[in-house]
Design a protein around this ligand. Sequence first.
Ligand code: TYD
Length: 200
Amino acid sequence: MLISFEGIDGCGKSTQIDLLKKHFEQEGIEFSIFREPGGTELSEKVRNLLLHETTEMDPVTELLLFSAARSQLIAEEILPRLKKGEIVILDRFFDSTTAYQGYGRNSVSLEQIEILNKVATHNTVPDVTFYLKIDLETADHRTDGNDKDRMERAGSEFFHKVIRGYDELSKQVRFETIDGTLPPDEIHQLILQRIKREKL
Ligand code: TYD
């Protein structure tokens, strides 16, 4: 089973992934967690370029680097685990590319992004995607004072477009949209309910 978490920076993904990790550990359920971009030696090198490179990066180059990091993670770590029937939790997946590089950056058309996502994921789609939805003010408030990486330094106009992207994406049935301003434990319970519905 493949579970992904999505949302803008500061939405509370890390807290929820941590709570889910503890839940699976308590239940004695085997699982793995990977973050994107990253999760393999090569993908972490690409992550460094994407988040900490200071020279100008062309939007299409950015799109292809996120996709390259993803393909390596899929081939090296995710597909072998899914084939064995294991649970894999992903801190971001290709929906981030659609929201950030597609809606946010308008790097190429959404149709082209969709094709590229299929290539980069080797046609892998999550069983369920948790979208923790927060508005930009809440996000800004939560991330205020943090060191901002290259993506987080993009302006508020960019993040409004990213949110619009997630709102569009979340109309799909595999999405579970949760109000990210709810108390963490309430969000956790909603996540568990959906996972149980997916027959875990
Ligand atoms: P990260 O520090 O992991 O942020 P977060 O904790 O919010 O997930 O950095 C990942 C950044 O990269 C984040 O700003 C979102 C962005 N991103 C994209 O723009 N496209 C993508 O395909 C992915 C996976 C991430």
